[in-house]
Design a protein around this ligand. Structure first.
Ligand SMILES: C[S@@+](CC[C@H](N)C(=O)[O-])C[C@H]1O[C@@H](n2cnc3c(N)ncnc32)[C@H](O)[C@@H]1O
Length: 286
């Protein structure tokens, strides 16, 4: 049996980086790029630039590179993600906002009044609310998520919004029932069995609660859609991201809940959403 010797010197926390020159002040960009490429990073040159820019020193760089080559998403390693021109704080385990979710942001602003009240439900980093806050200064923004780490990120990304932690609408004060002009939602919608087929970056480094939508992927959507009419103003809109293959089922849930709804596709973003409007005269702003 192999025994592990007790070290006589402290074990170095960071191995000597291979991409710093002997002077240790000039990073060896090409060695770093090669290392990232060998680990399967498709945009190795761009990633090398971002990591070099973010590194405080050689040890910090090495730590970040080790995390990246081990498969952690670049955004979690850097601590930020780009979304629609914004740089958002993203912590380990938190869902990294995807470009396709830009469709929800675009739909949410359609016809939005200057004093609208908007909820970003299942907000993750708060990416959607952050875009709305940037583009529509006067609106009242709420955001909520069940995951503590996500709420921590959203709180930092949304200094002017109300951010809450909790299960769907339970996170909100009941006094807000019937008061939202728009509820925008990117809830998990991957069927449980399909999570294992997702890229490693997602399945190993984004918490299961951010991905798993239950047996058919629609568990969260089903609950959101059933509850949403109670939180919207008459004529208010519920906007939910879904997949092309699930769009028909998502639409049927909206119709069953009494929404006037339609599917919106964006081929450029490879994005699908369902937008539903409540009937007028069914609820009143509280
Ligand atoms: C697919 S991620 C989307 C995050 C963010 N909206 C975005 O587009 O970047 C889904 C989010 O839903 C949250 N979530 C899952 N179940 C929830 C629940 N029951 N109540 C509130 N949030 C939930 C997860 O923590 C995760 O942040």
């Amino acid at each position: 049996m192999r025994t592990v010797p007790t070290p006589t010197h402290p074990t170095p926390t960071h191995p000597t980086p291979t991409h710093f020159t002997a002077a240790r002040s000039t990073p060896d960009r090409s060695a770093l790029t090669a290392r990232l490429r060998a680990a399967g990073c498709v945009y190795a040159e761009d990633e090398a630039s971002l990591l070099l820019e973010a590194a405080d020193d050689a040890a910090h760089l090495e730590t970040m590179v080790e995390r990246r080559v081990a498969g952690e998403p670049l955004e979690q390693v850097l601590g930020w993600a780009e979304f629609m021109g914004l740089r958002l704080v993203v912590a380990p385990g938190v869902f990294v906002p995807r470009a396709r979710t830009g469709l929800l942001a675009r739909l949410a602003v359609e016809g939005l009044g200057p004093d609208a009240r908007v909820l970003d439900l299942c907000c993750g980093t708060g990416a959607l609310a952050a875009v709305l806050a940037r583009d529509h200064e006067g609106i009242e923004l709420w955001a909520s998520d069940i995951d503590r780490a996500a709420v921590g990120c959203a709180t930092r990304n949304l200094p002017a919004a109300q951010v809450r932690q909790g299960d769907l609408f339970d996170a909100l004060p009941p006094s807000l029932r019937g008061s939202f002009d728009v509820v925008v939602v990117n809830a998990p919608y991957v069927p449980s069995a399909a999570v294992a087929t997702m890229p490693r970056e997602a399945r190993d480094h984004e918490a299961l609660v951010t991905l798993d939508g239950g047996r058919d992927g629609l568990d969260l959507q089903r609950r959101v859609i059933a509850q949403a009419t109670g939180w919207l103003v008459p004529g208010g809109r519920l906007i939910i991201e879904t997949s092309r293959g699930q769009a028909g089922a998502t639409l049927a849930l909206f119709s069953a809940a009494g929404f006037d709804a339609c599917v919106v596709l964006d081929d450029d973003l490879d994005a699908t959403a369902v937008v539903g409007t409540t009937g007028r005269g069914t609820a009143s702003r509280g």
